[in-house]
Design a protein around this ligand. Structure first.
Ligand SMILES: *Cc1c(COP(=O)(O)O)cnc(C)c1O
Length: 327
């Protein structure tokens, strides 16, 4: 464990740095959720961020903070998901080389999306471990810079810019509800909000199926979980290795909530019907927690981070058909 040493100045610097690449996203009120809960609920729409998730914030802050030598050689990661897309997008925007290593099990549409964003896709092996080995080999050989999706103070500071936007537009907020996985998103936002007022209540939401961070928080140490298929695929996976986020999340989080697959699907259909928003499973867990009445401490003014949009359309349409009558 390494002390993270973040300051508010880091967050303001991140905001200035990433402004040309990651957009400020809208905050919209949700009359439907407000009526349901009796609190004033607003949604922070990171599903409308570039590439369909909040991840360009952290990636942009990291790439723009690298020394010129590493910038020239390029960056590398292993992710077929939102981090891979974000890294490809930011690198392309800055005219940098980006390499994304994937196992051959990564879906073709995701590979193509990353290629379209201008990154080199290297397919190697049939598991993530093998893709990681290939990435380490390339990294040494070509002296690329590995960009971690969450366990990096500079990435965390980038995600923290969401906290600044929340405070400025909604200064009386009592509670923030945040999708949780590796903890870069929650850690960054909570750092900013707790610096402004330690009384702001921070809630992390995960799926019931394989919630590594929540299990680890309960155990008081990092534990391995069995990965299970879930609609919230952006939140799946373990949280090792971990230098920063486990400690940061542990210090800043007030409450954790787990939601079922059924509740996630209901929230995706709800976002589509009531807000005309496309939200992926991992992005919808905050809405799911509110609709299920699962928060212990709601407060009067509540912001819910809607973290991503990247769902397979046929899947969303199927979920919508099955769940629309229920919302
Ligand atoms: C990555 C991601 C998260 C979780 O972010 P962490 O920093 O890993 O906690 C939540 N939602 C979406 C859509 C994501 O892509």
């Amino acid at each position: 464990m390494t002390d993270i040493n973040l300051t508010m100045r880091d967050i303001y610097s991140a905001r200035a740095r990433i402004a040309p690449i990651a957009r400020k996203t809208p905050l919209v009120s949700s009359p439907a959720l407000s009526e349901l809960t009796g609190s004033e609920i607003t949604l922070k729409l990171e599903n409308l961020q570039e590439t369909g998730s909040f991840k360009p914030r952290g990636a942009a802050n990291k790439l723009l903070s690298l020394d010129p030598g590493s910038l020239q050689r390029g960056v590398i990661t292993v992710s077929s998901g939102n981090h891979g897309r974000a890294l490809a997008y930011v690198a392309h925007h800055l005219g940098l080389r980006a390499v994304v290593c994937l196992p051959d099990t990564a879906p073709a549409n995701k590979r193509n999306a990353i290629q379209k964003l201008g990154a080199e896709v290297v397919v190697r092996g049939s598991t993530y471990e093998e893709a990681v080995e290939e990435a380490s080999r390339l990294l040494e050989k070509e002296r690329l810079e590995m960009i971690h999706p969450y366990d990096d103070p500079v990435v965390i500071a980038g995600q923290g810019t969401i906290g600044l936007e929340l405070l400025e537009e909604f200064p009386d907020l009592d509670t923030v509800v945040v999708p949780l996985s590796g903890g870069g998103l929650l850690g960054g936002i909570a750092f900013v909000l707790k610096s402004a007022d330690p009384k702001i209540h921070v809630v992390g939401v995960m799926m019931e199926r394989g919630p590594a961070m929540v299990e680890s928080l309960r155990a008081g140490r990092i534990v391995d979980i069995v990965e299970e298929p879930t609609l919230a695929d952006a939140l799946a996976g373990g949280i090792r290795p971990n230098q920063y986020t486990f400690d940061l999340v542990r210090k800043t989080i007030d409450e954790t909530v787990l939601v079922s697959e059924q509740e996630i699907a209901g929230a995706m259909a709800f976002a589509l019907e009531r807000h005309h928003l496309v939200v992926e499973g991992g992005g919808a867990v905050g809405i799911a927690a509110l609709r299920a009445g699962k928060l212990q401490h709601l407060g009067k003014h509540v912001a819910v981070v809607v973290s991503g949009a990247n769902v397979d359309m046929p899947l969303l349409l199927r979920i919508a058909r099955e769940h629309l009558d229920g919302c």
